[in-house]
Each structure stands twice: as C-alpha cells, then as structure tokens.
Design a protein around this ligand. Structure first.
Ligand code: F6R
Length: 253
C-alpha cells in the first residue's frame, strides 16, 4: 500500500489524477466513484483534458454503485451525478459509462447482470472514496470481504451522511446496488481518496487497523496495487505517518 499525505483537497486530487492519467492514456477501463471525495480528482482530470493531455473518447467506465429506484435521469442518481460532475465535462461517450440498472424491478437480477458485465470487461484502475464508517462502494460493515455486486440496505449513518444531497432524510433511498468487495478488489489497481477529520478513523482502519468486515475498506490490505491519497486531517490518526512520508520519498517508480 502506498500512502501519500497531501496538504489539502486540491493536492489530493492532483495526486490521484496523476495516478489515473497513465491508464487513460493507454485506453484502459476505469472505475469511477461518486460523492464529494473524488471531486478534486475529477477537476484535475478535466483540466488535463482541457489542456489536451488526456482524451476519454474510447474509455469505458464502470460506476461503483447506484441507488435502487432512482432512474438514470434522477438528479440524485449516481449516473446523473457522475455526468454532471465529470463525464459531461470531458469527451466521454455516455454509452461507455456503465452503472447498475436501478430501475430493474428485480434489483438482485440487475446486480447479478452488472457483476457479469464488470467481470467480462475487467477494470484497470478503480477510484474510491470511503464512508465515515469505513464503507467502500456501498459495502457497509459486515459485508463479505470477497463478495460480488449486491443489493445493500444502507447504514443509518450513510443515510444521514447522504441526506445533504436530498430535500429530507426520508427522501434518501434505503437501498443501493454496489460492486461487492470481491468485485472492487479484482480491479488491477486501486486509488482511494479521503479528506477531512470525519474520515480519520476510517483511514486509520484501512491503513493500520485489523482486516475486518467491520471496516470494509480494510480489505484493501490484501490488494497488491493500492494507493491511498489523503489530506493531513484524514491522515491525523495514522501512527506511522512519518514512515509513509519517508517511503514516498524512497519510491523508485
Ligand atoms: C460513492 C461511494 C461511497 C463514497 C463514500 C464517501 O460512489 O461508493 O463509498 O465514496 O460514501 O462519500 P463522500 O466522498 O461524499 O464523503
């Protein structure tokens, strides 16, 4: 695991975009996350596109998750959010952006289909955020560490955290479809971004805590190609932060 500690959210985004860009240049498939954490990463990828350094025209992308019951056009759907925040600002082809079919009357069927689609394609690099409770994708605590794409009832904390995007707590969907921890960790490379004090416990759990389904992100400890990019606040509970800084300086490639 590489742990890169940066001064602020903008630098986190620049570093994470720098990890992703070479895969885009090679035309590889990428995995996208929604939420506030990746926004500076998307901003930097958009800048690289505008500067003519990157093109997404032939890139396939898979979203991590989607709320059950929200259509792709719903302003709070993750498909729409990704389009508004990222893919519409670059030359992504809409039909190359894949997400679980949240309008399928049988979400379990839709989850199984999505799992098949990802398995057939593979993902070269997956971008992740992390929830306050350590979730990645919408894999809440107790999720199977090797599980497939699934339907997940959302933790009350997650519903509270995400209520800021809706008019009221009651409007937040109670269920989502999410790539499972097994699906996510089949990506060849993973880059996780986190900023702010609220994420400090989750980052500790992922980097220094025990491997446990109670902190789903800790499954990344088993993956050979993981980069964690955090600001000082999110890194503030790490006991070995100086060691990580030294290791970054010593890194050969
Ligand atoms: C989003 C996702 C979630 C978020 C997490 C953090 O696609 O899968 O795991 O990354 O809930 O959300 P933010 O970044 O809004 O704090």
């Amino acid at each position: 695991m590489d742990i890169f500690i940066r001064a602020n959210a903008q630098e986190v985004g620049e570093t994470a975009a720098g990890v992703i860009a070479p895969f885009v240049k090679q035309g590889r498939t990428i995995g996208l996350a929604t939420g506030s954490s990746p926004l500076t990463t998307y901003k930097e990828l958009i800048r690289l596109y505008e500067d003519g350094d990157l093109s997404f025209r032939t890139i396939q992308a898979f979203l991590l998750d989607e709320y059950v019951g929200l259509s792709r056009e719903d302003v709070n759907s993750y498909f729409k959010t990704i389009r508004n925040e990222f893919t519409a600002h670059v030359d992504f082809v809409d039909s190359n952006v894949h997400s679980p079919d949240s309008t399928d009357p049988d979400p379990y069927h839709a989850a199984a289909l999505y799992e098949e689609k990802i398995s057939a394609s593979g993902v070269a690099i997956q971008l992740l955020g992390v929830g306050v409770n350590g979730h990645i994708g919408f894999n809440e605590p107790t999720s199977a560490l090797q599980g497939p794409t699934k339907v997940q009832a959302l933790h009350p904390q997650t519903i509270k955290d995400n209520a800021r995007f809706f008019n009221s707590l009651e409007e937040v969907p109670t269920h989502a479809m999410t790539q499972g921890l097994g699906t996510i960790t089949r990506a060849e490379n993973i880059v996780l971004v986190a900023t702010g004090m609220a994420k400090a416990d989750a980052i500790w759990g992922i980097v220094e805590g025990p491997l446990t389904a109670m902190c789903p992100g800790s499954v990344l400890q088993l993956h050979p190609n993981v980069t964690i990019v955090v600001d000082e606040a999110a890194a503030s509970r790490l006991e070995h932060a100086d060691y990580y800084r030294t290791m970054e300086q010593l890194k050969l490639r």
